[in-house]
Ligand binder design. Structure first.
Ligand code: C2E
Ligand code: MG
Ligand code: MG
Length: 286
């Protein structure tokens, strides 16, 4: 426990300086339309390159940032940077339909959260319809009334909402009807079951069916294998995201991906027979 406390303390101290020293960057991971193989958008994921310790994963420093309040300036910076980048790409003729940004509970509950989002949209000139905020079920379920009002304001402003890590939080589903949610991201632990325990995929198929009947887009997270992709296509999942298509990339590399498209881009990295269009036999038939 002591070692952990010391590590935490040290992360907190260097994180305080990280923003000023420009040690944080944003990487972008494409989301793929499983019908067409096209890039529908990207998720912005923060990266921290510590001057001595090298890259530190968000799973390690985001919880520390949440505990010490640094998540507010960090989250604000990530949102601004992602919106600015997408606008810059659009000005250069590289269109990205949507950018998803993760929002932690502390940010969402902050009294100036809404103002902050709309100020950033105004400052960067990004069309609010191109922004999607990812919230977890746990965030949505707590303090339902204030949550509903914030979500309705976002929706009224044109911003889209996704439920991240869907299936890992609360079991109550009534919020899906109550709140203006646009999409569900099936947590990657369920996607792993496709290959690990194929008999255990009922949750995925149920979520896809539920999404369809509630008119929500369903996105599979963490797709790593062709078998997972084919299963998702066969069950008519809308979109997917994962290492199988692309790891999260620095802005410059992601721009290259936007220019070439995913199938061309992946063809020179993998066996051409693994190319995405040829992966869609299920969807090619009407
Ligand atoms: P998340 O929002 O669920 O993001 C998806 C995570 O899965 C990312 O991890 C991504 O790199 C990883 N991933 C994508 N495809 C695959 C795959 O095929 N296989 C595997 N094993 N992993 C895959 P990352 O970037 O380490 O982020 C972890 C978590 O940290 C995120 O989970 C999110 O909750 C949080 N996070 C990241 N960036 C931000 C941020 O800017 N703000 C906030 N509040 N949280 C963030
Ligand atoms: Mg996410
Ligand atoms: Mg997730």
């Amino acid at each position: 426990m002591n070692v952990r406390a010391v590590e935490r303390q040290s992360i907190e101290e260097s994180l305080r300086r990280a923003l000023d020293r420009r040690e944080l960057t944003v990487h972008y991971q494409p989301k793929i339309d499983l019908n067409t193989g096209e890039i529908t958008g990207a998720e912005a994921l923060v990266r921290w390159n510590h001057p001595e310790h090298g890259p530190i994963p968000p799973g390690k420093f985001i919880p520390v940032a949440e505990d010490c309040g640094l998540i507010l300036p960090i989250g604000n910076w990530v949102l601004h940077e992602a919106c600015r980048q997408v606008r810059t790409w659009a000005d250069a003729g590289l269109s990205l339909a949507s950018i998803a940004v993760n929002i932690s509970a502390i940010e969402f509950r902050h009294e100036h959260f809404l103002d902050g989002v709309f100020t950033i949209l105004q400052d960067t000139g990004l069309n609010p319809r191109r922004l999607e905020l990812e919230l977890t079920e746990t965030v949505l379920m707590k303090r339902a009334e204030s949550t509903e009002s914030v979500l309705k304001n976002l929706r009224a402003g044109g911003v889209h909402l996704a439920v991240d890590d869907f299936g890992t939080g609360y079991s109550s589903l009534s919020y899906l009807r109550k709140f203006p949610v646009d999409s569900l991201k099936i947590d990657q632990s369920f996607i792993r079951q496709i290959t690990a325990t194929p008999d255990d995929t009922a949750i995925i198929t149920a979520v896809i069916a539920m999404g369809r009947s509630l008119n929500l887009r369903v996105i599979a997270e963490g797709v790593e294998t062709r078998a997972e992709l084919e299963f998702l296509q066969a069950h008519r999942c809308d979109e997917a995201q994962g290492y199988y298509f692309s790891r999260p990339l620095p802005a410059q590399e992601f721009a290259r991906l936007l220019r070439t498209g995913l199938s061309l881009w992946s063809a020179d990295r993998r066996n051409p027979s693994d190319d995405i269009p040829s992966l869609s036999p299920v969807l090619r038939s009407p």
